[in-house]
Design a protein around this ligand. Structure first.
Ligand code: AMP
Length: 217
């Protein structure tokens, strides 16, 4: 089964939701670059201070800062069996850096599912997204409401709307995705690693397609 998997796709397509499920099912580490940045911002680390302004505006954090963070994360023991990458890489330079990093570990990217959905679906999903403070569990005010309003079903912590999930920033994030990240589809298609997955369907259906694809590698 595939070990190093990148979930590619625009903001709101379901990468985070799927990455959590797939990582658990396959016992791989889940690496979310966005969660790592938010954790650092919450803890006011030097990295968090460098990243905050970019996240607030919906812009990408510079490649060198991002690559250093992911390099450190990939060196953690829980990544030895593989990892599900969610939100990284997001630029061609990051993709090249990842290839080089994995080569050092004598492994490679096995599979790159490309999750797709029209912009209207993305805006709708992000607009209602509620994120939990403790562990970044995600709910949706309309499609997946928490049992107790404002509280995470899983750990009881407060739910909040991410600053960058507000409408003014969402359009910019989708635009940044189109300009800077979408070229990676061709990068990985050349390597024969892309598998297309329709991200508009129910969570369980998307998971089942992803698991099928992973098992074939
Ligand atoms: P996400 O949680 O994946 O939507 O990411 C939230 C924000 O974190 C993005 O809008 C960027 O500001 C930053 N970010 C996450 N991953 C990356 C990355 N690979 N490269 C640069 N910035 C990133």
């Amino acid at each position: 089964m595939a070990s190093f998997v990148i979930l590619l796709g625009p903001p709101g397509v379901g990468k985070g939701t799927q990455a959590k499920i797939i990582a658990e099912k396959t016992r791989r580490a889940h690496i979310s670059s966005g969660d790592l940045f938010r954790e650092n911002i919450k803890n006011q680390t030097d990295l968090g201070k460098k990243a905050k302004a970019y996240l607030d505006k919906g812009e990408l954090v510079p490649d060198d800062v991002t690559i250093d963070m992911i390099r450190d994360r990939l060196r953690q023991p829980d990544c030895q069996a593989g990892a599900i990458l969610d939100g990284f890489p997001r630029t061609p330079a990051q993709a090249e850096a990842l290839d080089a990093l994995l080569m050092d570990f004598r492994v490679q990217v096995d599979l790159v599912p490309n999750l797709t959905a029209p912009a209207s679906v993305l805006v709708d999903r992000i607009g209602g997204r509620l994120t939990c403070r403790a562990h970044s569990h995600v709910f949706h005010s309309k499609y997946d409401p928490p049992k107790v309003p404002g509280k995470c079903d899983l750990d009881g912590s407060d739910l909040y709307q991410r600053e960058d999930d507000k409408p003014e920033t969402v359009q910019r994030r989708i635009q940044v995705y189109m300009e800077q990240t979408a070229p990676l589809i061709e990068y990985y298609r050349h390597q024969g690693k892309i598998v297309e997955v329709d991200g508009t369907r129910e969570v369980n259906d998307v998971t089942s397609d992803l698991m099928d694809a992973l098992q074939k590698v």
